[in-house]
Ligand binder design. Sequence first.
Ligand code: X90
Length: 281
Amino acid sequence: MENVRKIKIVADSSSDTEVLEGVAFASAPLKIVTANCEYIDDSSLDTSRMVNELSEYRGRSSTSCPNVADWLTAFGDADEIFCVTITSALSGSYNSALAAAAEYRASHPSAKVFVFDSKSTGPEMALIIEHIRDEIKLDKSFESIVESTNHYMKKTGLFFILESLNNLANNGRVKPIVAKMAGLLGIRLLGKASDGGELEPLDKCFGERRAHEALIKRLKSLGFVSGKIKITHCLAESSAKRLADLLLAAFNGVKVKISECRGLCSFYAERGGLLIGYEMA
Ligand code: X90
């Protein structure tokens, strides 16, 4: 009998991906924790309810990454696993996935597992996942998919536009001085995921329109002409749509997709936040 490859893509829930057509996929949930309640970032989470509850809440809140057992559950019993995590510069998710991969290999000696540190999150992770999916569909070997994905990740990037960085600052993911840049009403911070996977502030913008224009200027100066762009938003669909219209007008043939942030990205991007993942053609 022919040997059928049991291949799976696995990511932590910061990729904002719940289902992926055409391949086996599982998401390992991060958690958002307050003194009263624990939100598990899986498909049963009501994200807008969480954001609304958190905006009423005055106590401490934090997040935690998937543990080894969470990752092992997501791996299931696949023979070939491509695992993508949020940036290791800001989360323990990558290290936890590496530990799970080592344990999985020990108990499944013929299995292959590779863990990618996205150095990013949200829609850039989603682009990486889609790239892996497309390669699987082309029936490429495990090793060649690892190689082409490492190459692809050099051509992708992430920008963000945030109205508040309170949760990032309160959890030590940015310096308080950076959080203050977006602290005033109507001010948005445009930033990007740095090469090292940290949050890098770029422009302080007055109003949505200027923030959107600053983003387009940044994309142009990178030499972006067309390719895929994915926008995820935290309760800001109309803002995401306005940005998409500007992108379509600025870049011929660009493909823009909009979706919602799931729990983890909603917690950190906060209401009004946009994450923009792109690939260079
Ligand atoms: O392990 C954990 O508890 C998760 C910690 C995640 C901290 C950062 C999440 C950022 C989410 C906010 C704007 C984009 C920043 C991108 C920087 C790479 C989204």
